[in-house]
Design a protein around this ligand. Structure first.
Ligand code: CA
Length: 663
């Protein structure tokens, strides 16, 4: 369906939308079946009547065009489009900015929105995906709670505030992100979404933002003035600039898989039905693989072009460092691969990852879907490892089901496999068929994200009779597994101080807080001080990971040659040896999920770089011979490289590892 349209009308120009210059603005909109299109100009975004109506002319490939002379910077505009005899007014799908609630587009002189110094900044450096340390954050959650003492609560500009502290004097906000050491902030939807009323920001409102309205426009409720389309652009850029100056990259959560509206969306009004996917060649039977009643037909030529144009726009105009694709299983692989090519050309340090599943069934053929199990079809894109998540803490959807760190009887093989990045490993031949990738760079390791219970709340349900102290051990052990495993580590904001989303009363927790009040969602900055030891542990793990290349190997081959699991360990304990580090001659990691200490033996002297209470780049003590790993804890041993000291390097890692398993 619509393949004839693609053949006949596919347009390749990069000039769709309102292209501004001082003397004229050129409006172009692709609407091949429209009978008539008029561009309407408004002086403000609340005007009821346009001050000008400019009829457009249909030119090649179904593109309607109008040159409007004069300086239109800051003028609002819409299109009046007639399809099948029905005339409807719509915002431009290519609009760069918008008035309040995203109803009108704005002609904009983009460079005039740049903060001073903008040209001097650049993308953050990222040699390789596994070097990233990702932190998922909702813009409003970051600063809305009074405990953060922000001026710009809930706004983009909260990211430019520095020197702020909580009641106990600990840094919050941007200073906190720097202190924690993350390399990338992954911003939950920051494009213009529908369900927060921008005209009434005094009213408490919240949404995660997975309800897209205008893909190329920053969300108005995060700006200080949603009525002025320039403000949201300028403030978004100031946020990017502040993060880049702090050395932190920005990953945007993009949701091209569905739109909030269907019949009333700007896509439908511009070209009915074309942008959405349908079943059985029936243009009225919209598929629902998103769980939201519509899904975007990424495989159609002009939809693919739209998505890629949009990504390229964010990457170039806003210097966005990476993208996270919501429900990536609804994207066809060609769109994602082409997007990577284009983005990589612009920024070789770009990072792309997404959810390798759908929210329901879709007519997109299985082999085309960017599913986790098809990961090998899109080798430059990473996937959330729900295997990792569920193995470590228990099934995400069964509140009470336990995982490896919180008391489930362990399947050591699975634990090993997730820790080596879900790739085939020579010591795990039985699991080879379950591996869905050949590269640790395709695996995003996590135990908590915005969806579902936070890790801390999950532990409340799985281990209700255990002490807080014991549950903190479980939390820290889960974090140790995230940061000591091969792959890309990812946490949700606030996880580093036991983020919790309690309902009033505190005896039940919100597992789907997409429109819950700030009281549930916001980051409570005082928790950073309340659980300081947890924060310090996460911070130490991040520093340890960043300092050592052995925790973030790049390829399947490197992992096979340099990561070896140890045998003959106490029940449930998983341990492995790492070689080829930049600093350590030899690294040993043990994970003890048991609620009792276990006896281990060090064959030689090692520094302890992580244990149940400490993690960092300096050893806290040394061990030699027999020692104990505390209950529910990880332990990291390192032996520094020394010149001329070669006696500990056996020919291959497996024979060497055998030396470590003598009972
Ligand atoms: Ca909005």
């Amino acid at each position: 369906m619509f393949s004839d349209i693609d053949k006949k009308y596919a347009y390749t120009g990069n000039d769709l939308g309102a292209v501004y210059s001082k003397n004229k603005t050129v409006f172009k909109v692709w609407a091949p079946l429209a009978e008539n299109v008029t561009v309407r100009l408004y002086r403000t975004c609340t005007d009821e009547k346009p001050y000008r109506n400019l009829p457009m002319t249909k030119s090649k490939k179904g593109v309607w065009k109008k040159e409007a002379f004069g300086n239109l910077n800051g003028v609002y505009y819409t299109y009046l489009v007639t399809n099948d005899g029905v005339e409807q007014e719509t915002i431009d799908i290519y609009a760069r900015s918008a008035g309040v609630n995203g109803a009108m587009g704005m002609v904009i002189d983009l460079p005039s929105c740049n903060p001073a110094g903008w040209e001097k900044q650049d993308y953050v450096k990222l040699e390789h995906y596994t070097d990233a340390v990702i932190y998922e954050l909702h813009i409003r959650d970051f600063s809305i709670d009074p405990s953060g003492n922000f001026c710009y609560k809930g706004r983009f500009l909260a990211f430019i505030e520095w020197g702020l502290v909580n009641a106990a004097g600990d840094p919050v906000g941007l200073d906190h992100l720097k202190e924690l050491g993350v390399t990338h902030v992954h911003l939950m939807p920051a494009f213009d979404y529908a369900t927060v009323d921008e005209s009434n920001l005094r009213k408490p409102q919240f949404n995660w933002g997975y309800d897209p309205q205008n893909y190329n426009v920053p969300e108005g409720s995060y700006s200080t003035n949603p009525y002025d389309g320039k403000t949201r652009i300028a403030e978004f850029k100031r946020m990017v600039y502040a993060l880049h100056k702090a050395g932190i990259g920005i990953i945007m959560d993009v949701v091209y898989n569905h739109t909030y509206a269907t019949a009333d969306s700007c896509f439908t009004k511009t070209f009915p039905k074309y942008y959405y996917r349908q079943w059985d060649n029936n243009e009225n039977l919209y598929s629902n693989g998103s769980g939201c009643g519509n899904e975007i037909a990424t495989e159609r030529t002009m939809v693919r072009k739209y998505i890629i144009d949009s990504l390229v726009y964010w990457a170039t105009e806003y210097k966005i460092d990476g993208f996270r694709f919501d429900l990536m299983g609804l994207y066809d692989k060609d769109t994602i691969n082409e997007a990577y090519e284009k983005l990589h050309e612009i920024n070789p340090n770009v990072i792309l990852y997404g959810e390798g599943w759908t929210g329901g069934d879709t007519p997109l053929p299985w082999e085309s879907r960017c599913m986790k199990l098809n990961a090998r079809n899109t080798p430059n894109v990473a996937f959330f490892s729900d295997d990792f998540r569920d193995t470590v803490k228990g099934n995400n959807f069964e509140n009470k089901e336990r995982g490896y760190v919180n008391g489930a009887s362990a399947n050591d093989e699975y634990v090993k496999e997730i820790m080596s990045g879900r790739i085939p490993h020579p010591q795990l031949p039985n699991l080879k068929k379950y591996s869905w990738t050949d590269s640790p760079a395709q695996t995003v390791n996590y135990v908590e994200a915005h969806d579902n219970l936070t890790l801390w709340d999950k532990l409340y349900y799985t281990n209700p009779t255990d002490s807080i102290e014991k549950r903190i051990r479980m939390d820290k052990l889960a974090a140790a597994m995230v940061y000591l495993s091969q792959g890309i580590p990812f946490i949700q904001a606030g996880q580093e101080f036991l983020r919790s989303k309690p309902f009033p009363g505190g005896m039940a927790f919100d597992h789907n807080s997409y429109k819950s009040p700030d009281a549930i969602n916001s980051l409570k900055w005082d928790r950073k001080s309340e659980y300081k030891s947890v924060f310090e542990y996460y911070k130490g793990l991040i520093a340890l990971r960043k300092a050592h290349t052995a925790f973030r190997m790049y390829t399947n081959e490197q992992v096979a040659e340099n990561l070896c699991y140890l045998d003959n360990l106490p029940l449930n304990v998983v341990g492995f040896l790492l070689r080829n580090d930049n600093i350590f001659e030899e690294t040993i990691v043990f994970i003890n999920p048991n609620d009792y200490p276990v006896k281990l033996h060090a064959f030689g002297e090692y520094g302890v770089y992580a244990d149940d209470s400490y993690a960092g780049t300096e050893p806290i003590r040394t061990v030699c011979g027999d020692y104990e790993a505390a209950p529910i804890s990880a332990i990291v041993l390192g032996r520094l490289k020394q010149e001329g000291n070669t006696d500990i390097s056996a020919e291959n890692i497996y024979t060497e590892a055998a030396l470590h398993t003598k009972v």
